[in-house]
Design a protein around this ligand. Structure first.
Ligand SMILES: [Zn+2]
Length: 428
């Protein structure tokens, strides 16, 4: 067991970076970002999509989060098995920081500062449609170590992973104090040719495409740990990467920060260094004051409090366009599942016959308040076999032809308004 913990920690410290392409390794091992694309290619793609329409000027983007707590069999609230309050504190800090919330540490009055209008919600329904608190506790001692050499995100996914198209996966991962605080996977574009590379680098057998971020358990959320990184800002920083932000000193694959590097944001003064603590008199490359309070630098947690307008515009462009980011915004994980209690969708929909052979009927006993119904049928491996949209009212009943040759169990998902209903259908 102990050997396994050491193995996991060694993954963080040594990191088998050679197995993955185009990664950045930060000199002091505080944070690591995984890129799968050429930065300039990604920037060109993103620039062409950076106009977020004025009609969306007030839009708040909501993202469902699942936290996988990797522990060693400790009771809840002890050691690596972080308490629910601790996990909720991380989500609270994310919301304070990404909403520049007044009365919190995330507030600022900087002229370039902006409310990022991104909110985070612990998932309310699981990938199989069950109610959840968005926390998955995984006893690592109950499972063999990963049969591969990978980064902590891949190791986390080996233990527990939810569909990255629907959830922001965050792993609370074992680590040492004040080092390797967090790692994140950078978003990807829709540029052609990318899929092959993703398959090769980020696919796990039986699991699929892996995405998300890890936070060192010691620095997860707010705590009394004796460290300058105990206010949850590691989470804010890593989510910044996950939504397409570079460090303020720019993207630099080979070597440390330099004034030649760019973070592609005009309103973050360029710097040729990473800050630590909270220096007030540092000058940026252009002679202006360095923005040491930016979440995407390395200052102490207590020092950080700003995302700039350009950083916010980048995050919005990513959320509007990038695979596995855009789809989070309409995830059923944001909604409570239908449980079949009175008043829920389950009471006025009849699905028959079950078991079914050939054809399945779906009938509405009364019209739902939201007429548009989206129907999706999954096979036992979670692959989409059918996807349709219907308007209830024009017809109160319709039938679907079940996929030929799929004998076994299919999962039917019906979505209307903010409700989702799942039914297992046995096919004969
Ligand atoms: Zn970073």
């Amino acid at each position: 067991m102990k050997a396994y913990l050491i193995f996991l920690i060694l993954i963080i410290i040594i990191c088998s970076c050679e197995t993955l392409n185009a990664q950045e390794t930060i000199g002091d091992a505080r944070c690591r970002v995984y890129y799968t694309e050429n930065a300039l290619g990604f920037e060109k793609w993103l620039n062409g999509r950076s106009e977020v329409k004025t009609s969306k000027a007030d839009q708040v983007y909501r993202i469902p989060v699942v936290v996988h707590v990797l522990h060693n069999g400790e009771p809840i609230g002890e050691g690596l098995n972080l308490s629910t309050e601790r996990i909720e504190s991380q989500v609270r800090v994310l919301n304070e920081d990404f909403r520049r919330k007044e009365g919190t540490r995330g507030y600022n009055e900087h002229p370039d500062g902006e409310d990022a209008r991104v909110e985070f919600v612990l998932a309310r329904s699981s990938p199989t449609g069950e109610a959840t608190d968005g926390i998955v506790r995984v006893d690592m001692t109950a499972k063999e170590p990963p049969p591969f050499q990978g980064n902590p995100i891949m190791a986390g996914a080996y233990h527990s992973f939810w569909d990255p198209n629907r959830y922001l996966n965050i792993w609370a991962f074992p680590g040492f104090k004040d080092t390797a605080l967090g790692e994140a996977r950078f978003p990807v574009s829709t540029l052609p040719g990318l899929e092959d590379q993703q398959d090769q680098d980020w696919k796990l057998p039986g699991i699929g495409e892996v995405d998300g971020l890890v936070i060192n358990s010691l620095h997860f959320g707010t705590s009394n740990i004796d460290s300058k990184y105990n206010l949850g800002r590691t989470g804010t920083h890593e989510v910044g990467h996950f939504l397409g932000l570079f460090h303020v000193w720019g993207k630099n694959v080979n070597g440390g920060p330099s004034c030649d590097q760019d973070d592609f944001c005009q309103d973050t003064p360029p710097t040729g260094f990473r800050v630590s603590h909270c220096p007030q008199d540092l000058k940026a490359c252009d002679g202006s004051r360095a923005m040491v309070e930016n979440y995407m630098d390395y200052a102490d947690d207590a020092c950080m409090h700003i995302f700039t307008k350009d950083q916010v515009a980048r995050m919005h462009a990513v959320l509007e366009n990038s695979p596995r980011r855009k789809s989070l915004l309409t995830s059923p994980g944001l909604n409570l599942p239908i449980t079949g209690t009175p008043g829920d969708m389950g009471t006025f929909i009849k699905i028959y016959p079950n078991p079914a052979s050939g054809r399945l009927f779906i009938r509405f006993e009364t019209a739902p308040s939201y007429p548009e119904i989206r129907l999706t049928l999954y096979d036992g491996l979670g692959r989409v076999k059918m996807s349709q949209q219907h308007i209830v009212g024009a017809a109160m009943e319709w039938s679907i032809e079940l996929p030929y040759g799929d004998k076994g169990v299919l999962l039917l998902r019906l979505e209307t308004g903010d409700h989702v209903l799942y039914r297992r259908i046995t096919t004969l």
